[in-house]
Design a protein around this ligand. Sequence first.
Ligand code: UT7
Length: 323
Amino acid sequence: MTQRAVVRGVGHYLPERVVPNAEFEKTLDTSNDWIVSRSGIERRHFAAEGQTTSDLAVRASRAALENAGMSAEDLDAIIVATSTSDLTFPSTATMVQSALGNTTGFAFDVQAVCAGFVYALANANALIVSGQAKTVLVIGAETFSRILDWTDRSTCVLFGDGAGALILSAEDGTGTNADRGILATDLNSDGRYRDILYVDGGVSTNSTGVLKMEGKEVFRHAVEKLAATADMALSKAGLHHEDIDWIVPHQANIRIIQATAKKLGVSMDKVVVTVQDHGNTSAASIPLALSVGVRNGQIKKGDLVVAEAIGGGLAWGSVVLRW
Ligand code: UT7
């Protein structure tokens, strides 16, 4: 008998304020046409003043708990993937834990930037498979609006705020790839590329900093590494491109999403795309897309889903799971 980490519920939250591309035309030398044609982004949500990453995470978590028909006491562990935590410490996850009213589980953050949710899912899977936890709440939540340089047109038009959450529970499986749940994970990083996407400040340098990105370079790595990690996870699961029902990619750029799908030989009607509405929400983008994909009737029980992401580090990876 094999323990599988099976999806029990999913939910998301987006801040109320929607900012269309046209807003940036007022203060920057940019245009809606450029942003849409180079990235696919049409609008994004920005958190209100005073609204923090844990606020977004709590709302997404409540939606996921409701979707699962579970309560906070049912959770053994809470993992938040974020690069924009409320405070240096404690973790955003412990803030979510207290807001939800859970006192019996354990909670911690994972920081792998845009690949954070994939890393968090791999951690949750390991906790469940090893018997450390039975039910894990995995959240991706970000307020990237707090680390953007509003004078840099090449970055500030690309990102947004939001949160998505997934609940995974231990279930007995057969050990074959027909099981529901996480079937394979693949994680990678290469710190030699840390200078092409980073924030130029932090606690240890006594500053906050803003996001810096060499977009073209990141783009080049993204297309090549995302297809490779998806291939690796599929092969670990003993599955092939034609078995994929849905690719749920990190939502950074429609051109990266299209190029990766093409490399994998999967048509775009099997790809969940939310980048037009959310922009790049870093670790929140995959759980947001999963939640939207389920709500729209795209992802259904039994579907084979491949989630893949890359971001600062560089850090990248993928998860193959049967919904
Ligand atoms: O989530 C983590 C992973 N991140 C990503 O995956 C992002 C990866 N990179 C990208 O998505 C793309 O590289 C961008 C969307 C950031 C940029 O698209 P690009 O096709 O690579 O454009 P570029 O950076 O080569 O810029 C082309 C031109 C430049 O002008 P020149 O040098 O050709 O005169 C830029 O200065 O576009 C200019 N530009 C803009 N023009 C109008 C850059 N940003 C803007 C802007 N509005 N907002």
